[in-house]
Design a protein around this ligand. Sequence first.
Ligand code: IMP
Length: 423
Amino acid sequence: MAVNLLLGLQWGDEGKGKIVDVLTSNYDIIARFQGGPNAGHTLIFDGQKHVLHTIPSGIFHKNAMNVVGNGVVIDPVIFQKELENLSKFNINISSKLFISRKAHLILPTHRLLDAASEASKGKAKIGSTLKGIGPTYMDKTGRNGMRIGDLELDDWKEKYSALTEKHIKMIDFYDVDIEYNLAELEAEFFNAIDILKQLPFIDSEEFLNNAIKENKSILAEGAQGSMLDIDFGTYPFVTSSNTTAAGACTGLGIAPNKIGEVFGIFKAYTTRVGSGPFPTELFDENGATMSKVGHEFGATTGRPRRCGWLDLVALKYAVQVNGVTQLMMMKGDVLSGFDTIKVCTSYNYKGTEISHLPYNIEEHNVTPIYTEFKGWKEDLTSMTNIKTLPKELNEYIKFIEDFVEVPVKIVSVGPDRKQTIMR
Ligand code: IMP
């Protein structure tokens, strides 16, 4: 049986948590393949909101096994808090949550390094979530990192101390004001490690490939979005992992020929948190309405998200890079009430109209060219049937499908599991 992928196609926060939750009952295993606690996957059911950062969204489903893959970076302190939040659900965590020995650990000093690096950049800062993601992946590719499997070795604390000492020197080198109490951070960290060690550590590539042989169904859950991919995103304003389809292969040890469907999630409009180019960003009332109606605040940092019209040039690019086979459109309900809805269908790039994503999409290089649509007034949030969707919304969806040449299979009209319409 093939492994299906679920990926965000914009700058993250597309609503992957909700869709994984909706789809989970179809899968035996949900596996996270990249990123870390910079992600915040929000799930709403039974009138309650739950935010997961590292733990796959299948944890709430009775029968799904959950794997944190080798491509993920884990902060034991945040992980412990996630486990504590789950304790009220009476889930037998250690029988359904497995962690790759090859996943890297975020140390307290990685977080400090993140803060020092951002502070030293001044205006050029990336707007990092400051969770230590960049420095941890730097240690991974620099071949200095600590992995979950190291915790099973006798000398892991020595390795930890050597790396931490090195980090302290690097923090000093940045020459910025970062206040911290390492002893306190370490006490919290070591305590959290003890909790983490109660979970099963596995050779996840072996586990997943055996599961494929046994015909188990697997959903690989991405974090962030394609435009934040370290290679294909708006570099350097990106995260430090491959958020695109290829990242699922390296982040789980699954071969490309084992990939089946690629589900691509996008919002009916666009949002971005942090710095970096965003051609269709709105600074007017329309943007403010999207922000207010869509509750556009980061699930991890609480920062307001920048809002703008749907950028089909960027979406088409993401569909291509990922090989998306089915689209899922989120937050269609947020666009109810606009007289006119715009979508960007090409760019004016340095005076020439282009229809692809160029190397440089900064504001001074790119101006979006829009196609306009008549809006709809109906409230979509209680609609459950495709037939009841307004004509204007159907036209909007049809246009998107034709433009990117992939069908939209799910339209989400609200945050709850139930507010999901299949097409
Ligand atoms: P970092 O990965 O925390 O260093 O953040 C790098 C950039 O990616 C920043 O612009 C963040 O705002 C953005 N980012 C990281 N994680 C997410 C996410 O889950 N959703 C949206 N943006 C994110």
